[in-house]
Design a protein around this ligand. Structure first.
Ligand SMILES: C[S@@+](CC[C@H](N)C(=O)[O-])C[C@H]1O[C@@H](n2cnc3c(N)ncnc32)[C@H](O)[C@@H]1O
Length: 243
């Protein structure tokens, strides 16, 4: 992967394909309702997300090789815990989200899939964070925090990173592109239709994000992670400099 130079991005080597269809289907089954006529929204959402978005392949690649426990901030339905399990990465996983209904469904799906290493908690990460030492994932969440809250959060998570642990962020970037515009509009719509309780606030810019992480002594890589989606999603991986 390549670093960002003066806002000028060069395509990196983050995985750009979604997980295979079979894995997507297997994971999605954990989100089927108990009753045949129950609500299947999460099942179809999981199928569509896993089948179309390269997010999880990119994140699995970024975490591979580290056995540090993982804190997943804004974990939603906890799809990453399932993806790690299917990828043979048995990391201790702690997902937090401020949407209590999603956390309840995440717990149910993890229990159904038999993921004893996964636990979930309702927490507003703009207000407090759990104690943690290890890796941290922040996937498609930063935009729901104000610029100040993003700064405070990132300073906290940098302090959580142990040697060999990774900070893995996927985020839209504020770069004035058409992709950026599509991302903003879609995030706003997701809130308006009720899928996302939070309203998008601020998208970080690459130079500021890199400056903050590298200023804290981390080595960073930035790479596009939108695959064939129309969004402006980038994968940022940071870890302590081991040299
Ligand atoms: C686009 S979803 C991403 C879900 C998950 N990270 C993934 O990639 O599959 C954003 C998630 O962030 C959560 N979120 C937004 N603001 C939050 C906050 N202040 N504290 C905790 N979670 C938050 C939302 O509830 C939602 O589940």
């Amino acid at each position: 992967m390549t670093a960002v130079e003066d806002g000028d991005f060069v395509a990196g080597t983050a995985a750009t394909r979604p997980l295979g269809r079979d894995i997507g289907l297997r994971i999605a089954r954990a989100y089927l309702p108990r009753h045949p006529f129950g609500n299947r929204w999460d099942y179809y959402y999981a199928r569509a997300k896993l089948g179309s978005d390269p997010l999880y392949s990119g994140v699995l690649d970024a975490l591979r090789g580290s056995d540090a426990p993982l804190l997943d901030l804004g974990c939603g339905l906890g799809l990453l815990a399932h993806a790690l399990h299917h990828d043979g990465q048995p990391l201790a996983y702690h997902g937090i989200d401020n949407d209590a209904a999603k956390i309840a469904r995440a717990r149910r799906a993890a229990a159904k899939a038999g993921l004893p290493q996964a636990r979930f908690e309702v927490t507003d990460l703009a207000l407090m964070l759990p104690e943690h030492r290890g890796s941290v994932a922040i996937l498609d969440v930063l935009q729901y925090l104000s610029a100040d809250a993003q700064l405070g959060l990132l300073e906290h998570v940098v302090a959580m990173l142990t040697p060999g642990a990774r900070l893995v962020i996927r985020t839209g970037l504020d770069d004035g592109t058409r992709r950026g515009h599509t991302t903003r509009v879609t995030d706003r719509l997701a809130n308006l239709i009720g899928w996302m309780q939070s309203v998008p606030k601020t998208y970080p810019d690459a130079a500021g994000l890199r400056g903050l992480l590298e200023g804290a002594g981390l080595v960073t890589t930035f790479a596009p992670l939108y695959g064939s989606t129309p969004f402006n999603n980038w994968l940022v991986v940071a870890e302590r400099d081991s040299t």
